[in-house]
Ligand binder design. Structure first.
Ligand code: GAR
Length: 214
């Protein structure tokens, strides 16, 4: 499956996907990396991996529709079949989201549907939750909403700061995003009635999908 990765920054999830795709028999390949911000770390990671990459700067566009139109054009030109948003911090128009319905994944650093949006870790700590985590989901028009493919639970320690919690969750993100991509690319995770239905999971896949990834 041909994958386009959308980024806005550092790109550590992009790197996790690059590493997974480099493995023999992995059912997906990254054909393009697109950033809406210039000079971000993720672009260097794509360059180092020899993956075509480009900047489509949202500041160069008058409105969201024209930015999303350029994004769509670039993805189509690269032959993308599935989008993976990986730290892509732009809200997409309903038209774009509908066009890529069930063909776009996102990762978010909370156990959705809790703590959608920004400042997730600050708000998690403020709320006093003892467990947080991360979620890979299909994208819908509402931000950080959509059928869930994989989640990982991560403990919140009493002395955590937003940055220590973010770092702990990021380790889990790097495990579940490649797993979720693999299951979607193999057709083992499919959207049915706004939920993800799994089929044909092997022993190594079942436990990580249902609980904490090993
Ligand atoms: C990740 O923690 C990702 O879950 C989060 O941004 C970070 C990007 O890091 N995404 C969101 O908050 C989207 N709502 P990365 O650039 O190193 O992958």
């Amino acid at each position: 499956m041909k994958v386009g990765v959308l980024i806005s920054g550092r790109g550590s999830n992009l790197q996790a996907l690059i590493d997974a795709c480099a493995e023999a028999d992995f059912p997906a390949e990254i054909v393009t990396v697109i950033s809406n911000r210039p000079n971000v770390g993720g672009l260097e990671l794509a360059e180092a991996a020899g993956i075509p990459h480009q900047v489509i700067n949202h500041k160069d566009f008058e409105d969201r529709e024209s930015f999303d139109g350029a994004l769509d054009e670039a993805l189509q030109a690269a032959g993308v079949e599935l989008i993976c948003s990986a730290g892509f911090m732009r809200i997409l128009t309903d038209g774009f989201v509908e066009k890529w319905r069930n063909k776009q994944l996102n990762i978010h650093p909370s156990l959705l549907p809790s703590f959608k949006g920004l400042h997730v870790h600050e708000r998690s700590i403020e709320a006093g939750v003892r467990i947080s985590g991360c979620t890979v989901h299909f994208v819908r028009a509402e931000m950080d909403d959509g059928p869930i493919v994989a989640q990982a639970a991560v403990p919140v320690h009493s002395d955590d700061t937003a940055s220590t919690l973010a770092a702990r969750i990021l380790v889990a993100e790097h495990k579940i995003y490649p797993l979720a991509l693999k299951l979607v690319a193999e057709g083992k995770a499919r959207v049915v009635g706004e939920k993800v239905v799994f089929s044909g999971l092997d022993e190594t896949e079942e436990a990580p999908v249902l609980s904490h990834p090993q």
